[in-house]
Design a protein around this ligand. Structure first.
Ligand SMILES: [Zn+2]
Length: 429
């Protein structure tokens, strides 16, 4: 980086610092699974294949750490291209890389700096790849900012587990950061709790049901969404909203403030308005570094068996001093991905189908956008598409769920945001 000569090839002793832990057991090493010396070194450097999903803030750190920890066959997937605003923390990229694929630029940079390491990039979506592709890896690390992508890879890896074939169980290490907070966790699909099990721990989703925004706002965010989603198209139909334009934010802030006053809601500020409409999640380089380091420690421990792995959740909170904590997040028996029990929900006898759908969208433990519902006895209840089916099922929205089902029963929920079909047992109270 500073213009000094860079190494062009691997040299003996490059990994001397790591060899110290690979050559002898430590006090916490499980001797049944650890074979010190050449066996483990050979596995790490010639056989172990690791996949990093994401080549952004966390991904740049993860790829670097993996390469410097002795992993030599690294694959990386990212669907994004490099934006100028990434350069402050995504340190594998340079101004000349703006517009290029993150996965490709990151792979090229790491290979140039750490000779002997092979990084294979894929510029595209994780959903483009099938189970054969994921089957080739020993472990998978996620440095993603998308809940949807995480749910997809989590569900895919859980479904891949075949009890007859121990190789089909792929450890998933998931890192995530938001501002000064972050978490790293180890998921052993079907054995430990999975990503879906902990969905209710996420912060509130930023999408709110339209009817809440339009009729019953309770939060400052509802007032801001009212301004941006409903009032902007109504009052300024000819102007395209530009969330980078301070005048546009100012306009939204004024409308949202008036709305908040009307409903006696506190907390609408200019910066919250900007945060909500731009969907800003602040990125702090040092939080990324801490979480990526933790993920790579776990990857190294799992790959080499040099030490006990995290069981199974590490959280870091840097907002008030430094706080960190590890605990065992428990599996949920009614997890729709890894649990065996069906999910029960209780609703009122008077609830209309529309109310049920709004409730599903608002619930933290489902995180569904635009669900389509059907039941075995009543057939399609409501479908978001195709248009003919939407039109045909729309009248059901006003009907009572208890009448549509004719008593307690199961409803199947599908949605593009859901990588599986969710079955809900509805009990009326
Ligand atoms: Zn689960």
């Amino acid at each position: 980086m500073n213009g000094t000569t860079q190494p062009t090839q691997d040299w003996p002793g490059r990994y001397a610092h790591i060899d110290q832990v690979l050559e002898k057991a430590g006090p916490r090493t499980d001797l049944d699974s650890f074979s010190p010396g050449d066996t483990v070194k050979d596995f790490l450097r010639s056989q172990c294949k690791v996949l990093c999903i994401g080549a952004g803030g966390l991904g740049c750190e993860i790829l670097t750490n993996l390469a410097l920890s002795g992993f030599k066959d690294i694959h990386v997937i990212d669907m994004d291209t490099i934006d100028i605003s990434n350069l402050n923390r995504q340190f594998l990229f340079r101004p000349a890389d703006v517009g290029k694929s993150k996965a490709e630029a990151a792979a090229a940079f790491v290979m140039k700096r750490v000779p002997g390491v092979k990084v294979t990039p894929y510029f595209g979506k994780i959903q483009d790849k099938d189970t054969d592709y994921y089957m080739q890896f020993h472990l998978i690390i996620c440095g993603l900012d998308s809940v949807e992508a995480r749910r997809w890879i989590n569900a895919t890896l859980v479904q891949m587990v075949d009890e007859e074939n121990p190789e089909s169980l792929k450890p998933l290490i998931d890192g995530g950061t938001e501002g000064f907070k972050g978490q790293a966790r180890v998921i052993l699909p079907t054995i430990t709790s999975c990503y879906e099990c902990s969905l209710d721990m996420l912060n509130k989703p930023t999408a709110f049901p339209i009817c809440t925004i339009a009729n019953t706002p309770r939060l400052p965010e509802h007032c801001i969404e009212f301004a941006s989603v409903l009032e902007w198209p109504r009052l300024r139909p000819d102007i395209k909203m530009d969330t980078d334009d301070p005048d546009h934010i100012e306009w939204l802030y004024r409308i949202a403030s008036a709305r908040a006053k009307e409903f006696a809601i506190d907390g609408v500020t200019w910066s919250l308005t900007q945060g909500v409409v731009k969907n800003i999640i602040p990125a702090i380089a040092s939080t990324n570094a801490i979480i990526a380091a933790s993920c790579c420690n776990e990857a190294f421990k799992i790959a080499t068996s040099t030490a006990a792995q995290l069981n199974n959740y590490f959280m870091f909170i840097g907002t008030d001093g430094v706080y960190s904590y590890t605990f065992e997040h428990e599996k949920r028996a009614d997890c729709p991905v890894c649990g065996g029990e069906a999910k029960q929900i209780e609703i009122g006898r008077e609830w209309t189908l529309e109310r049920l759908i709004e409730n599903l969208i608002e619930r933290q433990d489902f995180q569904i956008k635009k669900p389509s519902l059907s039941s075995e006895t009543a057939g399609p209840l409501y479908f978001q598409g195709p248009p003919q089916l939407e039109e045909r099922t729309r009248p059901n929205l006003e009907k009572k769920v208890s009448e549509l089902l004719g008593g307690d029963g199961a409803i199947s929920v599908t949605s593009t945001s859901l990588p599986f079909e969710l079955t809900l047992y509805v009990n009326f109270v």
